[in-house]
Design a binder for this molecule. Structure first.
Ligand code: FES
Length: 102
């Protein structure tokens, strides 16, 4: 599903999209895009409202501070212990697309 134009997100920016009923957090790191589940695995808070670390390729949950790896979905710090889903991203001339298995 197409989410947006490439230039809709600046580097280091995150945005939430609803993709076929799944909350997805789309993040831009330099010219690469990553998509993970937007709901923190610790509690029901939106990861896209957290801070992106471009060097570490993580996003930090704003509520209690767990940093999630954007490539694996794994939390790299407590209190979250379970991963969030990782989605396949495709970028072409038409924009940024994400595949969500239903
Ligand atoms: S809700 Fe995300 S770390 Fe607690």
């Amino acid at each position: 599903m197409r989410l947006c134009d490439r230039d809709d997100l600046k580097a280091g920016e995150a945005r939430r999209f609803d993709v076929e009923g799944h909350p997805v957090c789309l993040v831009r790191i330099a010219d690469e895009f990553h998509a993970i589940g937007d709901t923190c695995s610790h509690a029901d808070f939106s990861l896209s409202e957290g801070e992106v670390d471009e060097d570490e390729c993580t996003i930090e949950c704003w509520k209690h501070g767990s940093a999630f790896n954007l490539l694996t979905g794994e939390p790299e710090s407590l209190p979250a212990t379970r991963p969030v889903p990782v989605y396949l991203v495709r970028v072409d001339d038409d924009g940024v697309h994400v595949e969500v298995a239903s």
